[in-house]
Design a protein around this ligand. Structure first.
Ligand SMILES: Cc1ncc(C[n+]2csc(CCOP(=O)(O)OP(=O)(O)O)c2C)c(N)n1
Length: 366
């Protein structure tokens, strides 16, 4: 069982050729674009939150390699059970930016019609389940989906993302235990970013690593440098192959760092030092990947400037588009639980609409 840290590009950007996964140049550029898009989007959304244009936001600053690399290593039909810090995995699968911003605003263009917290989106077309607020609930759900796929002889794998804080939850143990028993085609992808809100890793587990916990459940465990996108792709590809071969589940621990706050409501200066964050900034996953691309002559300053400008405009137009939508229609409150409204729900919907006609809501004070 591999517990040493798998690394392909070192902190200085040099390469371990023996471990380099085969990736077409075109894909390398798509991966880089998705990482930079995610970083820029993150920054813009935090600003929008501070301006009061969205209510709440969760950043993924510094964790782009971990989740985008993992998403890339899967096939398009494989399922992803996300946590809330993997926007780049959805972008990689084609989730439109305007839909994402609309979800943050909870407007009529929001795929879930304003019924969830910001960042808790759903992307059914991308085999990407809705984000849940309770920590860890997606883990046994993902095991169940993988088991169902195995019984149906559907050759997919199912990946669940979660933070290391989720490994303190019962759901983590339930999910991994039955993945071991039933040898499900599961990938448990833990973004070990050091903190569960203000609680550091040392207060969450006495194990020498997260990956070693796999041993207790009879599944594979791999510890990988989560700021090294090539190492993440290599580890996730191997895990997907293992699942498809019928050799069971893998727990991947991607060692990274949460450089931003837990959420827009958190102040991390209360529990960690600026020095610590500064040190982690030097290990930036985008910087490291860019050096690799430059060495391959795939990237340069001019391309970087063009990309930054292009993405800035793309994000701005998604925000402008999203701000054009009003709130979701009130009658939509009754939709989506059943394929068709039941007679009782129809009656309640009618009652509400009649009520609103009789008592129009107080106009907003301008
Ligand atoms: C069952 C449950 N307990 C507590 C919370 C409050 N909570 C929300 S996020 C979070 C920390 C999760 O940390 P981690 O799993 O490491 O993920 P990260 O935020 O670092 O990506 C907590 C305790 C919750 N949402 N659900």
């Amino acid at each position: 069982m591999a517990l040493e840290l798998v690394q392909v590009i070192t902190e200085q950007g040099s390469l371990n050729r023996k471990a380099e996964p085969a990736i077409p140049d075109q894909d390398l550029l798509v991966l880089y674009r998705t990482m930079v898009l995610t970083r820029q989007f993150d920054d813009r959304m935090m600003k929008l939150q501070r301006q009061g244009r969205i209510g709440f936001y969760l950043q993924s600053l510094g964790e782009e390699a971990a989740h985008i690399g993992a998403a890339y290593a899967l096939g398009p039909k494989d399922w992803i059970y996300p946590s809330y810090r993997e926007p780049g995995a959805a972008f990689y699968r084609g989730f439109p930016l305007t839909k994402y911003v609309s979800q943050l605003m909870g407007n009529a263009n929001d795929p879930i019609k304003g019924r969830q917290m910001p960042v808790h989106f759903s992307y059914r077309e991308g085999n990407f389940t809705s984000v849940s607020s309770p920590v860890g609930t997606q883990i046994p759900q993902a095991t169940g989906t993988a088991w169902a796929a195995k019984l149906a002889k559907d050759p997919i794998v199912v990946l669940a993302f979660f933070g290391e804080g989720a490994t303190s939850e019962g759901d983590f143990h339930v999910g991994l235990n039955f993945a071991g028993v039933f040898k499900t085609p599961s990938i448990f992808f833990c973004r070990n970013n050091g903190y569960a809100i203000s609680v550091p890793l040392s207060r969450q587990t006495a194990s020498e690593s997260i990956a070693i916990k796999a041993k207790a459940y009879g599944i594979e465990g791999v510890r990988v440098d989560g700021n090294d996108i090539l190492a993440v792709i290599k580890a996730t590809r191997e895990a997907a192959d293992r699942g498809r071969r019928g050799d069971g589940a893998t727990l991947i621990e991607a060692v990274t760092y949460r450089r931003g706050a837990h959420s827009s409501s958190d102040d991390p200066r209360m529990y960690r030092t600026d020095d610590e964050v500064e040190r982690q900034t030097l290990l930036d996953p985008i910087f490291r990947f860019r050096k690799y691309l430059e060495e391959k002559k795939l990237w340069n300053d001019q391309k970087e400037d063009m990309l930054q400008e292009e993405l800035k405009n793309e994000i701005l137009s998604a925000v402008t588009e999203s701000e054009k939508f009003g709130p979701p229609p009130v009658e939509s409150l009754f939709e989506d639980v059943f394929a068709e409204l039941t007679p009782e729900l129809k009656e309640q919907q009618q009652y509400l609409m009649d009520h609103l006609k009789r008592h129009p809501r107080t106009p907003e004070v301008k």
